[in-house]
Design a binder for this molecule. Structure first.
Ligand code: NAG
Ligand code: CU
Length: 328
C-alpha cells in the first residue's frame, strides 16, 4: 500500500470522528442570560422567540464560504437568516458574553464583532444591515482568537462601545476558520447575529458597510495558509475597527504564551489524545516542503492533526474538509 493511500485512509477514518462545529449555547447581556437560537426551533410550534437571528439552514452547523461573500443574505447573519423576535437591552459600555456549544480545535482563525444600527431589529433584513467593526482579534501572543475562545469556556466577551448612540443594533459575532484557507474558497465563516438595544447618552453613529462588502475571497486574512509563514503578521479581514471600540476584553485578556514557532500547539492545548505526527507525516510527499512548518516541529491533537493532513494533502472538496455527517 502506497503512503498516499495510507494517508487518504487515515484521513477518511479520522475525519468522520472529529469534526463538530458549534452553535451559540448561551448569550449573556450585562449578566442577564438570554436563550440562544437552535435550528430545531423550526419544528416547534410556536417556535421560541429569541434575540438571536433564525437560521433554519444552519442545522448542519455549517459555514458560509468565500464564494458567497457577495450574497448579502448568506454572509450577513449566516445562510438566509431572519431577524430574531426579541431584543436584549444593554448599556453603552456594557458587556455581552457569547458562548458556543463546541468548537473544533483545528478551526483556528480570527474572532470579529460588528454592530449595525437599525430602527427596528425585529423586522430588519440582511441587506439593511450596515456593519461597523467593534472588536477584532486575530493571531496575538502566539495564539489564534478562536483558540482563546475555546480555552475561555467557549466564550467571547464583546464590549459595546461607550460612545455610540442609543438605539437598536444587530450584533454580528463571527469566527472565521482558516484551517483550509490556503486553498481557494477554503476559509469558513461562522457568523451569528444578535438583537440588542443600546441605552445611554452616546452620540457616535459610525458609518458601516453591508455584509456583501466585508470580505473578498482573496483578502490576505481570508486566503491564507496557517501552516507556514509568519503568523504574527496576520491581517484581520474586514473594514477598519471603529475608533471608539474598546480593546477586546474576552479570551484576549489572559495568558499570552508566545511560542518559538507560530504553528506549535501550546502545551495547554495538547490533550491526552495528542498524537505525534512525525512517523506518518514523514511518508507524506509534501510534508517536508520547507518554511518552518514541517510536521516534526508540531504537536497535534487528533483534530488539529487531521486538519493539517488535509491541508498538506491539498484536498479541496468540502467533503474532505468536513465530514458530511457533522457539518456539510
Ligand atoms: C463554563 O460554561 C458552563 C456552561 O455555561 C458553565 O456551567 C460552567 O460553570 C462554566 N465553567 C467555568 C469554569 O466558568
Ligand atoms: Cu470543520
Amino acid at each position: 500500500m502506497s503512503s498516499k493511500i495510507q494517508v487518504a485512509a487515515l484521513i477518511g477514518a479520522l475525519a468522520t470522528s472529529v469534526h463538530a462545529h458549534g452553535l451559540l449555547s448561551a448569550i449573556s447581556v450585562d449578566a442577564t442570560a438570554f436563550t440562544s437560537y437552535n435550528p430545531s426551533f423550526q419544528y416547534q410550534n410556536p417556535a421560541p422567540e429569541v434575540i438571536e437571528w433564525s437560521c433554519p439552514q444552519c442545522q448542519d452547523n455549517g459555514f458560509v464560504e468565500p464564494s458567497m461573500y457577495t450574497d448579502v443574505a448568506k454572509i450577513a447573519c449566516h445562510k438566509d437568516a431572519t431577524a430574531g423576535a426579541k431584543v436584549a437591552q444593554v448599556k453603552a459600555g456594557g458587556t455581552i458574553d457569547i458562548q458556543w456549544t463546541t468548537w473544533p480545535e483545528s478551526h483556528v482563525g480570527p474572532v470579529i464583532d460588528y454592530l449595525a444600527k437599525v430602527d427596528d431589529v425585529t423586522t430588519a433584513t440582511a441587506k439593511d444591515l450596515e456593519f461597523f467593526k467593534i472588536d477584532a482579534a486575530g493571531y496575538e501572543g502566539g495564539e489564534w482568537a478562536a483558540t482563546k475562545l475555546l480555552k475561555n469556556n467557549l466564550t467571547w466577551s464583546v464590549t459595546v462601545p461607550e460612545n455610540i448612540a442609543a438605539g437598536q443594533y444587530v450584533l454580528r459575532h463571527e469566527i472565521i476558520a482558516l484551517h483550509s484557507a490556503g486553498q481557494d474558497n477554503g476559509a469558513q465563516n461562522y457568523p451569528k447575529c444578535i438583537n440588542i438595544e443600546v441605552t445611554g447618552s452616546g452620540t457616535e453613529t459610525p458609518a458601516g458597510v453591508t455584509a456583501d462588502k466585508l470580505y473578498t475571497p482573496t483578502d490576505p486574512g481570508i486566503k491564507v495558509n496557517v501552516y507556514s509563514g509568519d503568523l504574527s503578521s496576520y491581517v484581520i479581514p474586514g473594514p477598519a475597527l471603529f475608533s471608539g471600540a474598546t480593546k477586546p476584553s474576552s479570551g484576549a485578556a489572559s495568558s499570552p504564551t508566545p511560542t518559538s514557532t507560530p504553528v506549535t500547539a501550546s502545551s495547554a492545548a495538547v490533550q491526552n489524545n495528542a498524537v505525534s505526527a512525525t512517523p506518518v507525516a514523514s511518508s507524506t510527499p509534501s510534508a517536508s516542503a520547507g518554511s518552518g512548518s514541517s510536521a516534526a516541529e508540531k504537536e497535534f491533537t487528533l483534530d488539529t492533526f487531521v486538519a493539517w493532513l488535509q491541508e498538506t494533502a491539498g484536498s479541496s472538496s468540502n467533503e474532505r474538509r468536513h465530514a458530511r455527517a457533522f457539518s456539510g
